[in-house]
Design a protein around this ligand. Structure first.
Ligand SMILES: [Zn+2]
Length: 45
């Protein structure tokens, strides 16, 4: 299950909502991004 974030208001939107209508339900913006779940930790020694 993918969750996207609105680029403008940063609300989380499930991709199911975006399949129906590719607009943000709260602000109407049409640009989204995928927040990274996995953050790689690199040890800089
Ligand atoms: Zn929005």
């Amino acid at each position: 299950m993918a969750v996207y974030k609105c680029f403008k208001c940063e609300k989380k939107i499930s991709h199911k909502n975006l399949e129906a209508r590719f607009v943000c339900p709260s602000c109407g913006y049409k640009v989204f991004y995928k927040p990274r779940k996995v953050v790689k930790k690199v040890k800089a020694v």
